[in-house]
Write a protein that binds this ligand. Sequence first.
Ligand SMILES: C[S@@+](CC[C@H](N)C(=O)[O-])C[C@H]1O[C@@H](n2cnc3c(N)ncnc32)[C@H](O)[C@@H]1O
Length: 266
Amino acid sequence: MPTTPLFCADGARRERASQLAERYALPLVRQRPESGYWLELGFERLALVTTGKHGAVFAEFVDGAARHRREQGGGRGQPVAKAIGLKGHQGTMRIVDATAGLGRDAFVLASLGCDVTLVERSPVAAALLDDGLARAAVSLDTMDIAARMTLVHADAIRWLEAQAAETQPDVVYVDPMFPETGKSAAAKKDMQAFQHVIGDDLDSSALLSAALRCARQRVVVKRPRLGAVIEGWTPSAQMEGKSTRFDIYSIKALISAGKLLAPDAR
Ligand SMILES: C[S@@+](CC[C@H](N)C(=O)[O-])C[C@H]1O[C@@H](n2cnc3c(N)ncnc32)[C@H](O)[C@@H]1O
């Protein structure tokens, strides 16, 4: 994938632009690019933009759909809460979102009271998340939720493999990008832009294996409703929504079947 440049459109934000460029190894450019995709830091936010037909893509936790989700989201009854097993869980659930993207799923989980570590390997997505979280941290409506979200810029496969027993999460959540399938992908313009700058995630099977060796209770994989399961492992259960499916891999069931070691023996 070509490197995505960062352009600062607001003189007052140059310092923040330099910080983001350094943190995520993004080339900081002095002039707005004339083609392709680039990150643009303005007065309000950081966005992935292009001269083409796609609109700006940014991480948003305060307004728009995030506000709607916060206020009308359906709480612990919503499918993702059921898929991660929030209902029967005692205490604060620790979740690793191994494919954080724009942080929408992680935000829902943090809104439900979970502590979420967002792991993202793409410097573009990580910079967008960094900006979205910084804005959420200073809004009265979202600061408590943002305080439960921790961003890690890393490849989740290596990061999960490096976790010690005491930092292993209850649940690892996985939502990789798969090759474009036409209809469903066209509906998600921001994911199309992501597809351009990030590409498909071709190592989902290795990511699932690393997730299964790290999670204490379960791994949840989000898929299009009719999408294939990730190769190599069979889900213990599946939950279908209108357009999405959650494949649930129970650690207990895999240990009983002799396919995984117990968390404390890993
Ligand atoms: C479909 S998007 C996730 C969208 C996200 N669930 C949301 O709610 O916004 C997939 C993201 O996972 C990231 N990703 C895929 N494999 C990864 C890995 N091994 N480590 C870290 N990030 C990964 C990609 O860079 C991409 O940003």
